[in-house]
Design a protein around this ligand. Structure first.
Ligand code: AMP
Ligand code: GLY
Length: 403
């Protein structure tokens, strides 16, 4: 099977790594990819949101499947351009991707099928959570506990120029559930947790994600099955009924409140950096499952889950999320891999044949092991082996869960 993978982040490097292990794979291509992905795939200089360019590439390469990683191209309709031309795609249509592209649409959908979620208010109050309707790369949500935070938050989100939502402030640990969907049915992967705040102890601004781990010990199989029954299956049924079946990864962001799980948001794609921790635990052929979903039916395909744990630590530019790093040399990747860790590249580039920093999140280092503690030790030992001047990381990824 010839596959084209769309995207250039750590999530896509993890997908490339997993797809490359499939016996069904004959050729792996990426657009645009990154230097890590280029060790597994042939990279092509076509932007992830260039639907016509991707269609031309898919036809030229005669690919059997396109896997789209990031949300922006999906919300913009890249999967539709490909699918309408007869190219099988793992990734939702623009109509189905609205579940991430519009928070108001997601809320309306949840209300229509009774998904447990935060209440919405007609006007802002203290406490509440402010949300801008559209995609805002993590900048569209402000948690307001005080009047001062509310005033400052309103200032920020109003400048995004989007309709606003005002939501009940929920408390509790968060959970990321990734479900592969064929339009009707879901195959759920290991439940994960990501670390969104920039600094240890969940301090500082929100980021794209500083680390992750899976599975989450407090979420057992019954709890996960209940979440799928209440938060995934009814949404898939409703989207199919509305004529926009969801084919791709439905990512449910939940808060585990004292009153039970509540959905904070849906995303229309794999999470980053959850994917880096979740994919190493998948037992079975991921490519076979994605191809079956793209054809509209899992048709008896099941994926298992290894009785292991994974922890991912992200190395970022020193000033991330305010700014990225350009040109700092990256050393020690081979030493980290020699310890048994996986090193997934995100913001990297090659300069005169040398791997250098080129972005905010630079690398994700994933350790796996029989326990969360073992996985965590490996991830940090491997992270210690990598040297990037001026970079930083969080030192407390999975620390509470692994003690
Ligand atoms: P979202 O993009 O909707 O997931 O929001 C980003 C982050 O904001 C979440 O991961 C939570 O940490 C926080 N958040 C979102 N909605 C709520 C809520 N209703 N109550 C508390 N925190 C929230
Ligand atoms: N890690 C959260 C996300 O991918 O949106």
């Amino acid at each position: 099977m010839r596959v084209l993978l769309v995207g250039s982040g750590g999530r896509e490097h993890a997908l490339a790594w997993r797809l490359a292990a499939s016996p069904l794979l004959t050729e792996l291509h990426a657009a645009p990819g990154n230097p890590g992905i280029a060790t597994l795939a042939t990279c092509h200089p076509v932007a992830a949101d260039d639907g016509d360019g991707l269609l031309g590439l898919a036809r030229f390469l005669a690919v059997d499947l396109v896997v789209v990683g990031p949300e922006a191209p999906l919300v913009a309709g890249v999967a539709d351009v490909l699918r309408h031309a007869g190219v099988p795609v793992f990734g939702p249509s623009a109509a189905a991707a609205r579940i991430e592209g519009s928070k108001r649409y997601a809320k309306e959908l949840m209300a229509a099928v009774g998904v447990p979620t935060a209440a919405t208010f007609d006007s802002p109050r203290v406490p509440c959570v402010l949300k801008a309707d559209g995609l805002a790369a993590g900048k569209g949500v402000v948690v307001c506990r005080t009047a001062a935070e509310l005033a400052a938050g309103l200032d920020v989100v109003r400048r995004l120029g989007e309709p606003l939502l005002f939501e009940e402030l929920l408390e509790g640990p968060e959970l990321s559930v990734l479900a592969l969907c064929d339009g009707r049915e879901a195959l759920v992967l290991a439940p994960a947790r990501d670390f969104k705040r920039a600094y240890d102890g969940d301090a500082g601004p929100n980021t794209g994600g500083m680390g992750s781990f899976a599975p989450v010990p407090e979420m057992d199989d019954d709890g996960l099955a209940t979440i799928v029954e209440s938060c995934v299956d009814p949404v898939l049924a409703e989207l199919a009924r509305r004529g926009s079946p969801f084919v791709g990864t439905l990512f449910v962001g939940l808060m585990l409140t004292s009153a039970g799980p509540r959905v904070l948001e849906y995303n229309c794609r794999f999470g980053d950096p959850e994917t880096q921790s979740v994919l190493p635990l998948v037992e079975g052929d991921l490519l076979e499952a994605l191809a079956a979903a793209a054809q509209g039916s899992f048709d008896g395909i099941r994926l298992g889950r290894a009785e292991r744990s994974a922890v991912t630590v992200v190395l970022t530019a020193g000033d991330y999320p305010r700014s990225g790093a350009r040109g700092a040399p990256i050393d020690g990747v081979a030493a980290a891999e020699a310890l048994g860790a996986l090193v997934f590249q995100a913001g990297t580039a090659l300069s005169d044949g040398r791997l250098v920093a080129n972005g905010g999140r630079l690398l994700g280092i994933t350790g796996t092991g029989p326990t969360l503690a073992a996985a965590r030790s490996l991830a940090y030992a491997a992270a210690d082996a990598i040297h990037i001047p001026g970079s930083r990381r969080r030192d407390d990824i999975a620390s509470d869960a692994s003690t």
